[in-house]
Design a protein around this ligand. Sequence first.
Ligand SMILES: Nc1ncnc2c1ncn2[C@@H]1O[C@H](COP(=O)(O)OP(=O)(O)OP(=O)(O)O)[C@@H](O)[C@H]1O
Length: 468
Amino acid sequence: MADIWSEALDGLEPRLDRQTFDMWLRPIRLARVEGNLLQLRAPNRFLKEWFETHYLDLALDELELRHERKFEVAIEVVEEAGEATRGQLEVVVDHPATRSSEISHGRDSGAAGEQPSAYRVSPRRGAPPRGLHPRYRFDSFIKGASNELAASAAMAAADEPGTRFNPLFIYGGVGLGKTHLLHGVGHELHRKDPNLRIVYLSAEQFMNEFVTAVRNNEFDEFRARYRRDCDCLLIDDIQFIAGRDRTMDEFFHVFNALYEAGKQIVVTADRVPADMAGMEERLTSRLNWGLVADVQLPDLETRIAIVQTKAARDDMELSPEVALSIAELVRSNVRELEGALLRVTAFAQLRGVEIDPAFVRSVLGKTTTDKLPVTIEAVQKAVAAYFSVKISDLKGKRRHRGISRPRMIAMYLCRQLTGSSFPEIGMRFGGKDHSTVINACKRIEALAKEDEDLHAAVESLRGQLSAA
Ligand SMILES: Nc1ncnc2c1ncn2[C@@H]1O[C@H](COP(=O)(O)OP(=O)(O)OP(=O)(O)O)[C@@H](O)[C@H]1O
């Protein structure tokens, strides 16, 4: 039987403009047919969602027209590299209600067929910046050792935009305050100069807008919005565009235009530029031009201060012992900490009881999944013992292989197990540069594929440290 999907595509091709067809329909492939169910493959999640939102109806009509029966379609995401990412198939049935609910839950929160419209006009002078969370301001951000550099740099960038820290690149794990700081920059800039045109959006929204501009021939408007009518660009989760060539290319030009005009750029990500697989080198190098600052897991003191501040904001009274017990139990990130505080206070209200440390433990004890994190010291100790070298050698500069290998392994395991950043690891290994740590990690990853002994040593150490 001829490929039922290719036939449908042939029918659709003349009905759409070439660019649209090539971009959104051609990459969708048939995996198999089971009765009335077509199992299709999309090369990435975005394309899948875009296709479902904008062209699935058309495709189903075409299929029905050709075969005089209704079809259902299931689309799985198979990344370009060829590996299935999301595991399970997500079935989309031919039912308008199902599709419209998918639209509203998807990235595209605007009307069907449209992109989020809030951003699709250039910012106006004097108008408050769009999309900023009213609470994410500098004065509600608690500084501590874990975020000091990032917070200070964000404040400095808001103080003297486009000068010292441009671009400012803030990175770190989930729920550690990157977005909060990013919005803080926007609020502060607007407070100081309401005429500044501040654009905040996620990298995902940037891509969505860009593809809409491509699709609707609205390049001029798009370019004006980001290159001409923007005094400060705040972009969240830049790692999202890695591997998306055309969006990266467009972002590159936006970056250059703003940078050359001395406009402030602040970017957040979940990792350092060098770690973003698929990110173009010319972009990673530019993202490194200004300051790269990390946010880390907050220490106990900072967590206590965060709990107390959030409680005070919501007019709740918490004794220091209660704040301490919440902060001790929740170590993973600030979002969890906020959730824990909410849970404790909600339970207390429901039961009509006073909150004390025992109550906190009874509420959070069962729900918290935190394990004690592995520390850099623990990794260094374990690696030194395993290879019979001194910890001072791991931190030193000797290049003898009997020492440099264990050192690289230790750095690699620190990165894998402690959640520490490259600069932090470098610092704790005798003040080495973060690029040394990155190279060590890459080297160990590569060596572990070829060298069985090394692989076994790494895994044994990993097991030992994770079980501790
Ligand atoms: N130092 C801090 N002081 C006060 N609140 C904080 C701090 N760090 C994080 N938060 C709060 O924790 C929550 C999560 O922070 P945010 O959304 O900025 O995290 P993120 O690092 O951007 O995470 P993700 O990568 O998951 O988006 C927010 O409510 C934020 O206000």
